[in-house]
Ligand binder design. Structure first.
Ligand SMILES: [Zn+2]
Length: 191
């Protein structure tokens, strides 16, 4: 009889180990940091990108895709705001990307050391250029329209047939923050 318990113990250990490995593979495969607290963000000063707009329509992490082409693992936060609302830089940095980026629509990226801030679904009338140094609180872009003038190869449209500013259902800023190419919950910076 005792041998049976021993086998159960072995089986339990094996299943526990398998669960741990699976969890690790799932998380590392997604390149997401699950515990942002292991990083020290205090060396940089941050400010909220959309003053007077604090609602989050879609949080960071797993979600049900709101529209075709939008991700089920949300790599940032969505902050709804009317078209042309000014967007202010969260931190100092250098503009490294400014273009239409598929599901993200018109996107602006600003780097500060190992940190990368992405502002997506912005207006196509860019306010800065690649290589520009920007400072915290500087107006760097505006919230973009839902619909954009047709772009060759943009697969994103809605029921009207018009091209949308990436995979989006309405005007909002998608803010994502990466450290060493891994996405963190942007809200971590504003606590
Ligand atoms: Zn988003």
């Amino acid at each position: 009889m005792k041998k049976i318990y021993f086998y159960f113990l072995i089986l339990f250990c094996f299943l526990f180990f398998a669960c741990c490995v699976t969890t690790f593979v799932v998380y590392s495969g997604n390149s997401f940091i699950t515990n942002s607290l292991e990083y020290d963000f205090s060396n940089i000063d941050y400010s909220w990108p959309l003053p007077k707009h604090y609602a989050i329509s879609s949080a960071f992490g797993f979600r049900i895709s709101p529209t075709t082409g939008a991700s089920t693992y949300h790599s940032g936060i969505d902050i709804p705001a009317p078209e042309k609302t000014p967007i202010y830089s969260v931190a100092d940095g250098i503009v490294t990307y400014l273009d239409f980026e598929g599901a993200n629509g018109y996107t602006l990226k600003i780097e500060n050391g190992s940190m990368l801030f992405s502002y997506s679904h912005i207006a196509p009338d860019f306010l800065v250029n690649i290589g520009d140094s920007v400072t915290k609180n500087q107006e760097i872009a505006q919230v973009g329209p839902k619909y954009i003038s047709p772009i060759l190869g943009n697969p994103y449209t809605d029921s009207t047939g018009n091209q949308t500013n990436g995979a989006t259902t309405g005007c909002h800023l998608h803010l994502s923050v990466k450290i060493d190419d891994k996405a963190i919950d942007p809200l971590t910076l504003f606590r």
